[in-house]
Design a protein around this ligand. Structure first.
Ligand code: IDP
Ligand code: MG
Length: 169
């Protein structure tokens, strides 16, 4: 399975209900690797751009209204087959009909207020990731990086970086 990146949003309902950690934990426990994370408040123009593919559909205007109602949390997850893995963890669009145990079934309400967004293809993922993240806000690292810094006797962890490093941070 190819290593992919997917873009996940905790929608305004999830953030307002204090379910951001619940969502992130589910993805970490599924073995996906966090590459980027940020909180944002979508503008109307931004939400319209993000959901441009749905323009003209009956649910488009209420969807935009919902997506700008409160902040969202955007996350990029990386791993083999991460796009489909994420969609499986989320469940289908209409929360009450989503499979048992999925995030939408457990915490969503209906087919609009469904807790979470996940990219539906590699092309969508790249577009959505670029919408929320600058290149230096995405990080590549290996599971053992924190150990290898110590093994090299470098207590400050200044080992060769596998990710973008930003000098001022
Ligand atoms: P997805 O999020 O499962 O990929 P999409 O068809 O891409 O579903 O729709 C984007 C979002 O638009 C959904 O997550 C949901 O919030 C909203 N939506 C989709 N279909 C409906 C509907 O029939 N009624 C109300 N809202 C909808
Ligand atoms: Mg979709």
């Amino acid at each position: 399975m190819a290593v992919e990146r997917t873009c996940i949003l905790v929608k305004p309902d999830g953030v307002c209900k204090g379910l951001t950690g619940t969502v992130l934990e589910r993805f970490e426990k599924a073995g996906l690797r966090l590459s980027g994370l940020k909180m944002a408040r979508l503008s109307r123009a931004g939400a319209e751009r993000l959901y441009a593919q749905h323009k003209g559909k009956p649910f488009y205007d209420p969807l935009i209204h919902f997506m700008v109602s409160a902040p969202i949390v955007a996350a990029v997850w990386e791993g083999p087959g991460s796009i489909q893995k994420a969609r499986a963890l989320m469940g289908s669009t209409n929360s009450p009909e989503a499979p048992a145990g999925t995030l939408r079934r457990q915490h969503g309400i209906d087919n609009r207020h469904n807790l979470i967004h996940g990219s539906d293809s590699a092309a969508s993922a790249e577009r959505e990731i670029a919408f929320f993240f600058k290149p230096d806000e995405l990080f590549a690292y290996a599971s053992a990086d924190w150990q290898s810094a110590e093994l090299k006797g470098n207590e400050h962890g200044k080992s060769k970086k596998t990710s973008h490093s930003v000098p001022s941070r």
